[in-house]
Design a protein around this ligand. Sequence first.
Ligand SMILES: [Mn+2]
Length: 196
Amino acid sequence: MTERIASLRRKTGETDISMTLNLDGSGTSEIKTGIGFFDHMLNSFARHGFFDLKLDVDGDLDVDCHHTIEDTGIVLGEAIKKALGDKRGIRRFGSFILPMDDVLVLVAMDLSGRPYFCYDVALTTPKVGDFDTEMVREFFYAVSYSAGMNLHIKLLSGENNHHIIEGIFKAFAKALDEASSMDARIQDVLSTKGAL
Ligand SMILES: [Mn+2]
């Protein structure tokens, strides 16, 4: 199997992002976004999805955390798409229901090439650390659209906002690990159309 690794650099007036993603890694990460809680979430994503993720973000945090988080989502989606290549042999669908203390979250995805985003999560605090909780939606919207991914995120139960957000990042990692994994029974791409 060819290596499923993507390295990207994206530089705008608001952010300068360098990322290397290995879909077939071991869960190691080296992450620096300037936002402690966001680093914590992306470390969890790498660890629980067995992805290797190197990320360096220089964002305009003197404004707020918005551009840094949204643009990281855009680059992560692009890296997923690039690393997947022609998607030959992948399972395509993935889902996970993840418990974290009081919280139960569901993430389901289809690496169909057609973006769709459905987010049913009510967060009750404006911030966790320096991370604005409204950015969870923005981040995953950006990932789904730049990866060409149908992505559904639903909070089933629970209240603690740190647990809810961390549960979403971990469930997303587990669902992506499943959807991107190879199935020896799939000879070409898993679509009656012949392309994803
Ligand atoms: Mn935590």
